[in-house]
Design a protein. Structure first.
Length: 302
């Protein structure tokens, strides 16, 4: 089977299922595992991903307001790759290409491939999508095993923190200019490790908050998990957008409990490494119970 993956999370899942050799086309954002960077790139952004955050937000808002796609699909390359299966998403037009972006390209296929569109908003949805990908790609047993393993890893974390009395208030920042807080599975992940997300709404989209609202949120921990950014760039962005003086009254600022995370790997993408993300959050909140972090480059205290 020839598979084109138009979302990094699906690419990771396909490789985790041992289907890397079947993946014939990916997106500009697909970077894990490293060997995937050698695959043909089908999707590129129509915004400048290296621009400052306010400018990225402006470009995205402008395209969306005009009803235009944020991504360009290489229709000729897609057609030449002759995929049997295309995996895409229908969750967030800012994060990846959607089925609408494929419409024109697929119209040129004499025999259109199967298109699997994923719309996860919770961890259960993400594990369910692992099974859906496995079913579509012809390896349902391997997918069921992987989904079960991921679910069990998260359950073990939840069981371990169940007896912890303290439930610290957590602020999860997904963007810094303007401020956005994490949505979808992020509040759920915080709850699983014994925290209280001060703004997030489990299963719902991320949304904007003001600096004044943050200053009044009484967060004991601030976790900066910038959507689409790795740890190095997140730290760089924090230097560009330092913590406002108005936040100095927050326990997180007074106690120096501000952490930068590799959101691109462990929080933004609805794929297998969200289980690592849960373990990383558990380490931040309960380092005595979870002294080790699976990925050494996952976070930095700032």
């Amino acid at each position: 089977m020839r598979i084109c993956s138009l979302i990094p999370s699906a690419t990771e899942t396909l490789y985790a299922l041992g289907l890397g050799d079947s993946v014939v086309g990916v997106t500009h954002d697909c970077d894990f595992p490293l060997e995937v960077t050698k695959k043909p790139v089908l999707i590129r952004p129509r915004i400048d991903p290296l621009a400052q955050q306010a400018e990225i937000d402006r470009q995205v808002s402008e395209l969306v307001s005009r009803g235009e796609s944020i991504y360009a699909v290489d229709a000729d390359l897609l057609r030449s790759l002759s995929p049997d299966l295309i995996v895409t998403q229908d969750l967030c037009q800012v994060c990846a290409a959607s089925p609408d972006d494929l419409a024109a390209a697929l119209a040129q296929f004499p025999n259109p491939p199967q298109v699997l569109a994923l719309t996860p908003t919770t961890l259960a949805d993400v594990w369910g999508d692992v099974r859906r990908i496995g079913d579509a790609a012809g390896c349902p047993d391997a997918a069921a095993n992987l989904a079960t393993q991921l679910d069990q890893r998260v359950a073990r974390v939840a069981e371990k923190v169940a007896g912890v009395a303290s439930r610290p208030r957590i602020l999860c920042l997904e963007w810094l200019d303007p401020y956005y807080v994490g949505g979808h599975w992020i509040p759920e992940m915080v709850a699983l490790v014994g925290g209280v997300d001060v703004f997030g709404r489990a299963g719902e989209v991320s949304f904007r908050v003001t600096s004044e609202e943050i200053a009044a949120c009484d967060a004991a921990v601030i976790i900066v998990m910038l959507c689409g950014y790795n740890l190095a760039r997140t730290v760089e962005e924090l230097r560009r957008y330092p913590i406002p003086d108005a936040w100095n009254g927050l326990p997180a600022v007074r106690d120096h409990r501000i952490f930068a995370c590799d959101a691109n790997s462990y929080f933004s993408r609805p794929g297998p490494r969200l289980a690592d993300g849960v373990e990383i959050l558990a380490h931040i909140l309960h380092p005595g119970l979870f002294p080790d972090v699976r990925a050494s480059n996952a976070l930095a205290r700032v």
